[in-house]
Design a protein around this ligand. Structure first.
Ligand code: COS
Length: 382
């Protein structure tokens, strides 16, 4: 349900202040410690950030997609590791349940997800099922009123903190590709579920990914999300939405980098003048601004379309492709504008340059987005 304009502005203003006053000042420390302080996580809970997209009846803010992307853009102005703390609760970790859960499943888990008491994770990727996500080999075998899960997942965001996983597992080994895959809500504390140590990564320190393995994990059949064989479609629809959210974060990071670049270029003098007065610097700023504006427009237009109930598989893929590639170019130009200062750690620009690299990879690589866009365009006849 859409907020009235005044309430929306109040929410955005609150997020803006939280980003500026609480998150930005500790970015470098979070990266150094590879951890977001618990006090900040607690504040995120109080602000309702874990429940942005959870319906109001379950204790969330019930934002529509347009409102959610506006919030995501604001959050993009701080290190993306912060958003990752609650990003799975807002997106891929909860939306399967919101879209396909039974009333009983929703009543059981959504209030805790909205409050942040339950942290969620989305377990699709495996060592041999990355871009080819229909190739999951994790098995779920029915045994009376439980499914027995065996297998291993890879690169699972927030797995270390998660208390509830949405797991895609193969229920029918004979069925081809996605048709044999089902989705399950798997509580962390079930015996046989184990989480590996956090991976060392290129960027976004403070956000963590882990392997998750299942060794005869007995999941109650009532925890199946959707019908048998519907898990792949659940995952794809969750990702449609997730891709749009990521695109919005990319817009926020790009807008922040532009502000940083303008401030630096206005103050940094060479040849007796601020470098902002040089046309070759201005060209980089103009290109970054134009691309950030284009990405913002595409993200908002796609969000509004989704809010009408229309499918946005194509548009969300296009937004993710364009915005993630765009922020890569904007970050690259930012390093160039900052020069040597862009390459050393103190200014934080090299950190963002590393942070944004994953946007072109997770929730579907740029190449997968191209495939999705081409398929849908061919299907639609143009
Ligand atoms: N919404 C609803 N249904 C969808 C869908 C979507 N966005 N995308 C696919 N489906 C359905 C198809 O309609 C098809 O249904 P039918 O069998 O009834 O016709 C079924 O799912 C299989 O789809 P498709 O044939 O397109 O599957 P493919 O194996 O060819 O793969 C890609 C599709 C490559 C697009 C998919 O595997 C993908 O997105 N890969 C990237 C995964 C990813 O983002 N990983 C990141 C991990 S999560 S952080």
């Amino acid at each position: 349900m859409a907020l009235d304009l005044e309430t929306r502005e109040q929410l955005l203003d609150m997020v803006r202040r939280f980003v500026a006053e609480r998150l930005r000042p500790i970015e470098a420390k979070v990266a150094e410690d590879d951890a977001v302080p618990q006090a900040v996580i607690d504040e995120m809970k109080v602000l309702g950030l874990f429940g942005l997209s959870i319906p109001e009846e379950y204790g969330g803010l019930g934002l529509d997609m347009e409102e959610e992307v506006l919030v995501a853009i604001e959050l993009g102005r701080a290190s993306p590791a912060f958003r990752s703390v609650f990003g799975t609760n807002v997106g891929i970790g909860s939306q399967g349940l919101v879209m396909f859960g039974t009333d009983a499943q929703k009543a059981r888990w959504l209030p805790g997800i909205a409050s942040g008491e339950i942290v969620t994770s989305f377990a699709l990727t495996e060592a041999e099922a990355g871009s080819d996500s229909a190739a999951v080999q994790t098995r779920a075998v029915r045994d009376g009123d439980v499914y027995v899960l065996n297998g291993a997942k890879r690169f699972i965001t927030n797995a270390g903190k998660a208390s509830l996983f949405t797991v895609m597992a193969r229920t029918d080994p004979e069925a081809k590709g996605g048709a044999g895959v089902s989705a399950f809500l798997v509580p962390r504390d079930l015996p046989g579920l184990s989480v590996g140590k956090p991976e060392k990564k290129m960027g976004q320190q403070g956000a963590h990914i882990h392997d998750v393995s299942f060794d005869n994990v007995r999941v109650p059949a009532e925890n199946r999300l959707g019908g048998e064989g519907e898990g792949f479609k659940v995952a794809m629809q969750v990702l449609d939405r997730g891709r749009l959210h990521i695109a919005a974060v990319c817009v926020g990071v790009a807008e922040r980098l532009l502000v940083d670049c303008v401030a630096y270029a206005s103050e940094r003098k060479q040849f007796g003048a601020p470098i902002a007065s040089f046309q070759l610097i201005q060209a980089m700023i103009a290109d970054s601004k134009t691309e950030a504006l284009a990405a913002r427009a595409l993200v908002l237009e796609t969000a509004r379309k989704r809010d009408t109930g229309e499918s946005v598989t194509l548009e969300a893929a296009a937004a993710k492709l364009f915005a993630s590639e765009m922020v890569g170019r904007v970050a690259d130009r930012a390093v160039q504008i900052f020069g040597g200062a862009g390459y050393v750690a103190d200014y934080g620009i090299e950190r963002l340059y590393r942070d944004v690299r994953i946007f072109r990879i997770y929730e579907g690589t740029s190449q997968i987005q191209q495939l999705v866009i081409a398929r849908e365009t061919l299907k639609r006849g143009g």
